[in-house]
Design a protein around this ligand. Structure first.
Ligand code: SF4
Length: 362
């Protein structure tokens, strides 16, 4: 271990102190969230699971309305399991990372039909279910079952990096930061493991925030080396990020002369798999010609383009209009132009539709 890391770990005493301060603060300042339970309520594993799947890579603010919509429509695991997959995909539209919606539905079917509607509390068993990985299984175990589990997300990594003034940059430091939290804070802590996990999430979301941490309001500043050294805002260090690659293609507004617009259900696997959207060419890197499944289509330039950032690349689609009267290949269908805004498109297609409609209506 390098000199800069020597002695950086929780002792039993410092961990108890840290948890005591943090949980005292949480009891006074816990955020009120639609999926949150108060001290005297028994968590419903269905709602905990649903919220944790929705929160993967997605903000609390974005998830709130979706969580409310889903739980109103499908109040328990059996209702969700019995829903039509395409309806689930449509209700998920706009939340992104669409494989989550497919896995959600698959997972609901397994828990409802093979487990009598009961989620298992063991992490190993939870991880066998579709869409549940290391972090989500730990969060469900801690929050839904109040059982000890190491719940480390980006918030907790950032807090640990600051508490210990960790010298290594992210993402290489992730493993060490998780081990620090596991060994000192989480392992064998069985008094309030669910609250501990949620208190850390709240601390990371409201006080120990990425750019300008609010150390003056922090309940654990006495335990924080970065605060004492005056370097909190610089941590965690980051390795230089490579620029995202860019891809290009065309997106089409194709009409049939009878007031309908052509839509395409994308193949079940891959990016936006199973989602419905406008027809597009393939998405290619600069210099490669995008290809189109609809043969002999002559598109006219619409004079603008739409941009969207995915996790691993940026996409620019030029807008084109066309008309089509022939037979349709598999996956294509017509819908009334008036229904297009409520068709359940993912965000990239919603952006394109907005542009097509705004300029058509102008
Ligand atoms: S003192 Fe500041 S840097 Fe340290 S944990 Fe609290 S908010 Fe984060």
């Amino acid at each position: 271990m390098s000199k800069a890391k020597l002695g950086k770990k929780f002792t039993q005493k410092s961990a108890e102190e840290f948890r005591g301060r943090l949980l005292g603060w949480y009891d006074r300042h816990a955020r009120i969230l639609p999926w949150r339970y108060t001290k005297n309520q028994k968590p419903d594993p269905y709602r905990v699971w649903l919220s944790e799947i929705m929160l993967q890579q997605t903000t609390v603010a974005a998830v709130g309305p979706y969580f409310n919509k889903f739980t109103e429509k499908w109040p328990d695991i059996h209702a969700l399991a019995n829903a039509n997959e395409q309806e689930v995909m449509r209700e998920w539209a706009g939340l992104g990372y669409y494989s989550r919606a497919r896995n959600l539905h698959k997972c609901a079917a397994i828990v409802s039909k093979q487990m009598k509607g009961t989620f298992p509390p063991e992490q190993d068993e939870l991880k066998k279910l579709p869409g549940i990985g290391d972090y989500t299984s730990a969060a469900i175990r801690a929050i839904a079952f109040n059982q000890p589990a190491t719940v480390v997300d980006g918030n907790v990594e950032r807090i640990m990096a600051r508490i210990f003034a960790w010298p290594d940059p992210m993402p290489a430091a992730k493993k060490d930061l998780k081990n620090l939290a596991a060994a000192g804070l989480f392992e064998n802590y069985d008094e309030r493991p669910g609250d501990l996990a949620q208190a850390l999430m709240d601390l990371g979301a409201t006080i120990c925030i990425p750019k300008s941490p609010r150390c003056g309001a922090c309940p654990v500043s006495n335990n924080c080396m970065a605060y004492k050294k005056g370097i909190a805002a610089q941590l965690p260090l980051q390795e230089k990020k490579k620029a995202r690659p860019r891809k290009f293609g065309h997106v089409y507004w194709i009409t049939n002369g009878k007031g309908s617009v052509l839509v395409h259900r994308r193949p079940p696997k891959g990016l936006l798999g199973g989602m419905i959207g406008l027809p597009t060419t393939s998405w290619e890197e600069a210099g490669k010609r995008p290809s189109l499944t609809l043969k002999d289509l002559k598109g006219r330039d619409f004079g603008t383009s739409v941009r969207h950032v995915f996790t691993h690349f940026e996409l620019e689609l030029t807008l084109k209009t066309a008309s089509h009267k022939g037979r349709l290949p598999e996956g294509y269908s017509w819908i009334g132009a008036e229904d297009i805004e409520n068709a359940g498109f993912p965000t990239v297609f919603k952006k394109a539709v907005r542009l097509f409609l705004s300029q058509n209506r102008a």
